[in-house]
Design a protein around this ligand. Structure first.
Ligand SMILES: Nc1nc2c(c(=O)[nH]1)N[C@H]1C(S)=C(S)[C@@H](COP(=O)(O)O)O[C@H]1N2
Ligand SMILES: [Mo]
Length: 203
């Protein structure tokens, strides 16, 4: 059960701190063309969504400070992100999940996917990010839009997962009634990915 263990240390087991912001991904950095880029929401939703880049940038925005933890063992603290809260989009009716929706797959350019339970993506520590440290994302870190997830110090009530659970170059969200493994999850990484339990690999 979550919240039973008090997290006295911001550094989860097996992690080390870095000041850098390392880059990690499979494949090449995709180009962004705002005239053809779109963002789609489909699956277990009342109305599928297709937004242009301008429409995405007109959505309500939030700022969020997160500690990021990568499964390759680097951690970086106090990272300032800005972007869009999925929970706010749902609360304000921009996205209307059907009652059956329990999981979400993030779909990125070039086929990268990662999956999470909907309730984890609705937490305060998950963001659809456009900016880091007051600047638009750099191409290597997911410009123009990425999922990002990390820990908020003191929020022991939240489930915290490794950084691969945020897709860079995010192009869409697929709502599902049953879980569906993403790219790394289907290739030996833990589906749960809890950073405090060191759930790195599935076998
Ligand atoms: N589209 C896409 N997103 C991705 C990946 C990827 O290969 N493709 N790698 C993931 C992994 S394994 C990590 S650790 C983080 C790294 O994010 P960063 O390069 O901004 O540090 O991106 C995640 N998102
Ligand atoms: Mo990773």
């Amino acid at each position: 059960m979550r919240g039973m263990m008090k997290r006295n240390d911001r550094l989860p087991p097996g992690q080390h701190l870095t000041e850098r912001f390392p880059t990690l991904h499979y494949g090449k950095v995709p180009a962004f063309d705002p005239s053809t880029w779109d963002f789609r929401v489909w699956g277990e939703v009342e109305e599928p969504v297709v937004w242009t880049w301008d429409e995405v940038m007109a959505l309500p925005r939030v700022q969020l400070t997160l500690d990021l933890h990568c499964v390759t063992t680097w951690s970086k603290l106090d990272m300032l992100w800005e972007g869009i809260s999925l929970r706010q989009l749902i609360d304000e009716g921009f996205i209307k999940p059907r009652p059956a929706a329990r999981f979400v797959v993030q779909h990125a350019d070039q086929g990268y996917t990662t999956n999470l339970p909907l309730d984890v993506m609705l937490q305060d520590n998950f963001l659809l990010a456009t900016h880091y440290d007051g600047q638009p994302l750099t191409p290597e870190h997911g410009y123009p839009l990425r999922g990002v997830t990390g820990a908020i110090p003191g929020r022991d009530d939240l489930k915290d997962v490794y950084l691969w659970k945020g897709a860079k170059w995010l192009r869409g969200l697929e709502f599902l009634s049953a879980d569906q493994l993403g790219f790394w999850e289907a290739n030996g990484y833990s589906n749960e990915a809890d950073i405090w339990k060191q759930q790195r690999f599935s076998r």
